[in-house]
Design a protein around this ligand. Structure first.
Ligand code: GDP
Ligand code: IMO
Ligand code: MG
Length: 437
């Protein structure tokens, strides 16, 4: 069993949690390498539905060690809360390991996230307001506070003091917000240190030793390729490297460790927050009318497209093969897991965007300029659906209606990688493996 990276290929919420959980029992370690509790990964086992934010989705399996890598930003309060919730549901978190080099989300990061969004007005990113951007900002500026700093009260106090000498004037003078005292923050955070100390580990060595011992590791991405700080629709992105390349930097294993890269691709597209989205079917409240508004509303209703972390209604649209192809390249995908195919059973015909058009020019690839992507019109192919045929019980490719098989084969051809898993309902059993190795 190889070491595998699993990433989102669109704008998040593709079903990474389901697929990670589905294959996690084959791995000895499941590792988060970026992002924080901005993620919302849903895992469904029968009647039990779990929403994971920071905890790697392999936590359910006793053979599997969940690891929070150095590239993750950790809100200690949120993590402690998640551990408690999982443990009250009978899921042991004892095996969890947290990198000492991961950065900590501080209270002022959350305040600044919200305040900065307000400042941007109609151009706001629509962040989750979990403090993710400001925390990565401090990391890059070499002003961050790390998990290891929680291990020593003296060091933690000093770092908080230094941080507040800069943050308090910003909070007060620029945003007119509440400022903090060192004691206030230490009183809140040091008790978390006591709870989290047993989980803190030298995860880079742990993972490299595991690789040497022939163990299998699954690197679980959060967010997605189009939200990647470098490769996404900047500035409407998150602040981390959510594509496959981030797995090496965010865990401390070399790039040769990975021999499988699975891209999770929804059979249509969704996006939460602002930014360009060429195939969006605008909701009436956002100016959509007629067939477009009806399609958007239907995708949202049938797909239950509401955010796991913030509860926001997700913007919805048709599958975008230009982005699919881009994600295959950026991540070097060896496999695709196509999810939520069942949602398309409600449509008589299905549209797929195969290119964009802007000012008389056709783009078969992602345009170089973001402003072009903002205004580009999708070029659609309209293909027959399998309207009204319930596919949620299908467990082999051959059991799928011919039109659904054709849709899958067509997407494979358009994006240029093999679709080796097809998900037809939220449950782990509702998955078709196809030439899966
Ligand atoms: P993630 O962030 O990529 O892990 O995805 P989310 O959990 O935020 O959103 C995916 C949603 O789709 C969750 O509610 C899943 O339970 C659900 N889901 C996953 N796969 C399927 C599928 O094949 N069909 C349907 N109908 N729902 C699915
Ligand atoms: P999962 O892992 C969908 C979006 C936010 C916003 C942008 C920046 O569940 O797929 P941030 O709080 O990260 O600074 O917000 O990124 N975003 C997500 N959208 N799924 C997610 O995670 C997301 N995490 C962040 O909506 O547009
Ligand atoms: Mg999600």
């Amino acid at each position: 069993m190889p070491s595998t990276v699993l990433v989102g290929t669109q704008w998040g919420d593709e079903g990474k949690g389901k697929i990670t959980d589905l294959i996690a029992s084959d791995y000895d370690y499941v590792v988060r390498f970026q992002g924080g509790n901005n993620a919302g990964h849903t895992v469904v086992h029968g009647d039990t539905k779990l929403a994971l934010h920071l905890m790697p989705s392999g936590v359910m399996y006793e053979n599997c060690i969940p690891v929070i890598g150095n590239g993750v930003v950790v809100d200690p309060g949120a993590l402690v809360k998640e551990i408690v919730v999982l443990q009250t549901q009978g899921i042991s978190c004892e095996r969890l390991k947290i990198s000492c080099n991961a950065h900590i989300i501080m209270p002022y990061h959350k305040d600044l996230d919200g305040a900065d969004e307000k400042r941007l007005g109609s151009n706001q990113i629509g962040t989750t307001k979990r403090g993710i951007g400001p925390c990565y900002q401090d990391k890059a500026a070499r002003k961050g506070i790390r998990v290891q700093d929680l291990m020593d009260e003296h060091i933690f106090r000093l770092k908080v003091e230094t941080a507040l000498s800069q943050k308090n004037p910003i909070l007060d003078k620029i945003y007119g917000l509440h400022t903090y005292t060192v004691d206030e923050i230490c009183d809140e955070y040091l008790p978390f240190a006591t709870i989290l100390k047993p989980y803190m580990a030298e995860t880079t060595q742990l993972l490299n030793d595991a690789l040497r011992a022939g163990k299998n590791i699954l690197f679980e991405g959060a967010q997605a390729t189009m939200l990647d700080i470098d490769h996404g629709t900047y500035p409407y992105v998150t602040s981390s490297s959510c594509s496959a390349g981030g797995a090496a930097a965010g865990t401390g294993v070399g790039p040769m460790a990975f021999n499988k890269v699975i891209g999770i691709m929804k059979a249509y597209t969704t996006r939460v927050g602002g930014g360009p989205f060429p195939t969006e079917q605008l909701f009436p409240e956002n100016g959509g009318e007629g067939e477009e508004a009806a399609t958007g509303e239907k995708l949202c209703a049938v797909g239950h497209e509401y955010g796991v972390t913030t509860g926001r209604k997700r913007r919805c649209g048709w599958f975008d093969a230009v982005i699919g192809k881009y994600a295959v390249d950026v991540n070097g995908l060896t496999d695709i897991a196509l999810t939520k195919l069942d949602v398309l059973s409600e449509f008589e015909t299905i549209k797929v965007c195969v290119a964009y058009e802007h000012e008389g020019k056709r783009y078969d690839y992602l345009p170089m300029q973001q402003s072009v992507l903002f205004h580009a019109k999708p070029v659609y192919e309209e293909i027959p659906g399998w309207y009204g045929q319930d596919i949620t019980e299908c467990r082999t490719f051959e059991e799928l209606p011919a039109a659904a098989q054709d849709y899958i084969l067509h997407l494979e051809e358009l994006v240029g990688a093999n679709i080796t898993m097809i998900s037809v309902a939220p449950d782990r059993e509702a998955t078709i493996f196809r030439n899966w190795k």
